[in-house]
Design a protein around this ligand. Structure first.
Ligand code: NAD
Length: 284
């Protein structure tokens, strides 16, 4: 039976380090959070960010703009935050209304305040292995793998999902550790090859958003399974992996909820602190 890889205890350890760092700042780091329109999911995420920030002594500035805000107004607002020396990090909450192009907006954020690590310049640094601001969910997966004690060097690692926020940056982080990385996606499934790849994985990371996509019996004996997926099934939140079957075969497995999730918001806060410590941040 697999051991549980829980995110909360790890998040607590990281928070202790962050608290000490924040306490050493002359001015508390400031995260500007921009929300356009209203959405129940986004509101819950904002609340958890707000709580995490306040708990660490980070100032969380929530800027709520109306659902009909024109793109040009958001552009001006982001540029203002870029210029504001009192703002260390900027995050744009998803989803955005139809008139606003998220990619365009996220690229306007100055790279040193890009706490989600999604600016092309920060992704470029990830490619070269010297990123200061790592995308939070990919970073959370790496923290969980470190906690499992696995040596990734030469391991067969399969990542299911190739999104810009999770699968792609994660595969770069894994390559940095000399893992043998296979990235699967919808094309792999359509070609009928998903099970083949998954069953070879010594480390499996799934970030798709489809409940029970990965069957328990596909899991290789002793594999480490990180389930990033978040799916609502009736009243329950479940991941992308059939947990009951998978836990019988894996050596370690993340619960959903309680695995990747609690770490993601903590790593966002770590990026705010890192951003404030970058040249021209106001650290120390
Ligand atoms: P996305 O929709 O951007 O990407 C989904 C990926 O899954 C794509 O690569 C797509 O090709 C692949 N895919 C879709 N159907 C597939 C199939 N049948 N077989 C194989 N691959 C398939 O999603 P995302 O934003 O990367 O999020 C993925 C999941 O992770 C979602 O459930 C999301 O809620 C969750 N998530 C969790 C956290 C967290 O903190 N725990 C953070 C980010 C995302």
């Amino acid at each position: 039976m697999a051991k549980l890889l829980e995110g909360k205890p790890l998040a607590e350890k990281i928070k202790e380090v962050l608290k000490a760092k924040v306490a050493a700042f002359k001015n508390a780091p400031v995260l500007a959070s921009i929300q356009v329109g209203e959405n129940a999911g986004a509101a819950a995420y904002v609340r958890s960010q707000q709580k995490a920030a306040e708990n660490l002594g980070i100032v969380y500035q929530l800027h709520q703009l109306g659902a009909d805000t024109p793109e040009s107004q958001l552009v001006d607002f982001i540029l203002k935050c870029n210029q504001d020396p009192g703002v260390n990090g900027i995050i744009i909450q998803m989803p955005l209304p139809a008139q606003i192009d998220y990619k365009k907006m996220s690229r306007l954020i100055t790279p040193r305040k890009d706490v989600e690590g999604m600016h092309p310049q920060n992704i470029g640094k990830l490619v070269f292995g010297n990123a200061a601001l790592v995308p939070c969910t990919a970073g959370a997966v790496m923290e969980l793998l470190t906690a499992s004690g696995v040596d990734l060097y030469g391991k067969e690692v399969v990542v299911v999902g190739h999104s810009e926020i999770v699968g792609k940056p994660l595969s770069l982080l894994l390559l940095e550790k000399f893992a043998t990385v296979t990235v699967c996606h919808i094309g792999t499934s359509k070609a009928g090859k998903l099970q083949d790849h998954v069953s070879k994985a010594e480390v499996l990371v799934v970030a798709v958003g489809k409940a029970a996509l990965i069957k328990g019996e596909w899991i290789k004996e002793g594999a480490i399974v990180i389930d990033v997926g978040i799916n609502r099934v009736g009243e329950r939140i479940v991941g992308d992996v059939e947990f009951e079957g998978a836990e019988k075969k894996a050596s370690y497995i993340t619960p959903v909820p309680g695995g990747v999730g609690p770490l993601t918001v903590t790593l966002l806060m770590r990026n705010v602190v890192e951003a404030a410590l970058l040249p021209h941040g106001d650290g120390s």
